[in-house]
Design a protein around this ligand. Structure first.
Ligand code: PHE
Length: 356
């Protein structure tokens, strides 16, 4: 019996997992286990023999039983320790910083100006960037031989060979949206149309793709005075300070009379500051919408009149945020813009430049 005990206690101590323990339990205490068989033999013993063998077997049985339970608990503990070790985590380590994207300055400025014009009742209108030359020119009172067509440095879309329809163009300004909006909605109307426009031009202040916002208001008796009020209201809200405007007589085929509009600024130390000083900076073209333009869009010029204006969004973004080079918006690593107060511009999508 001592041998039996030594054998089992030894093997239990060495068991590596629960399955091995269960095997040992069956071998010793199962129905046909060694200890159970010995117990069954008690019946055949003499009473004297039974008196010593009985308690000894019972003691052996409970000793093996508790050894099994203890070992089982020890195995579970070890497994838990192992898991804790494997899943150990240093909660005192500093976090890994995440790179975050943000809104491009041009989109941000577009949102700002949209909100300001919305306060004055202007809705947003849209049109395609690939236009027919009718919408881009003819409907705006720029006939085929008009010199203004050359001034626009237009990109023409390629035509298939043998196709002699007039080619589509990349819109050179947002003014075609005036026609589309009036044709769709009629008068009265009050819309702005922000968006991309294209001209073959490239230097510090010109990019082949840039952004304009068109404004259009048509009603029974709108005048240049309304135009001036709307623009001063806009610039003052946009630059956060009262901004005076100066209207200079000009010419656009689609407005009559026409005016170029300058905003008040100072030029101290090579730095432009809007809304102070006695300098002027040209920022937009405008005028009273030409009767022929109203007609192209199906609006009766005897009943309706109003004003339109078009300005460069990139230009006013540069002015507001003091950014000197337009090309940086579209063509370079945008991280430098942080310098001007735009955070986290590490948006991979924007790095390759747009539409090149
Ligand atoms: N479309 C003109 C431009 O691109 C701007 C403009 C718009 C002028 C509306 C007058 C009225 O230069």
């Amino acid at each position: 019996m001592d041998a039996l005990k030594a054998n089992y206690l030894g093997r239990i101590a060495e068991a590596g997992d629960e399955a091995a323990l269960e095997e040992l339990r069956l071998a010793a205490l199962g129905k046909k286990g060694e200890v159970s068989l010995k117990m069954r033999e008690l019946g055949k013993m003499s009473p004297e023999q039974r008196q010593t063998a009985g308690p000894a077997l019972n003691a052996l049985k409970s000793e093996i039983d508790s050894a099994l339970k203890a070992k089982k608990a020890a195995l579970a503990d070890a497994a838990l320790d192992e898991r804790l070790r494997a899943e150990w985590l240093d909660v005192t380590l500093p976090g890994r910083p995440r790179r975050m994207g943000t809104v491009h300055p041009v989109s941000q400025v577009t949102d700002e100006l949209t909100a300001i014009f919305a306060d004055m009742g202007f809705a947003v209108a849209e049109g395609p960037q690939i236009e027919t030359d009718w919408y881009n020119f003819d409907a705006l009172n720029i006939p085929p031989e008009h010199p203004a067509r050359q001034e626009h440095d237009t990109f023409f879309m390629a035509r298939a060979e043998g196709d002699d329809r007039p080619p589509h163009v990349l819109r050179t300004h947002t003014s075609p949206v005036q026609i589309r909006a009036m044709a769709a909605q009629g008068a009265p109307i009050r819309v702005i149309a922000p968006g991309r426009v294209y001209r073959m031009d490239m230097d510090q202040t010109h990019a082949p793709m840039f952004h304009q916002v068109e404004g259009l208001a048509i009603d029974r008796d709108l005048s240049m005075a309304n135009l001036k009020w709307v623009l001063e209201e806009f610039f003052s809200a946009f630059f956060g300070t009262h901004v005076k405007t100066r209207f200079r007589a000009s010419h656009f085929p689609f407005t009559e009379p026409s005016a170029e509009v300058d905003i008040q600024c100072s030029w101290e130390g090579g730095q432009v500051k809007v809304g102070e000083g006695d300098g002027w900076l040209e920022v937009l073209g405008s005028g009273m919408v030409h009767p022929k333009v109203l007609q192209s869009a199906g609006v009766d010029p005897d009943q309706w009149q109003g004003f339109a204006f078009g300005m460069g969004i990139d230009r006013i973004a540069m002015l507001k945020y003091g950014i000197p080079d337009l090309r940086a918006f579209f063509d370079s690593d945008l991280r430098w813009l942080r310098h001007y107060g735009f955070q986290s511009l590490d948006v991979p999508m924007l790095h390759g430049g747009l539409n090149r």
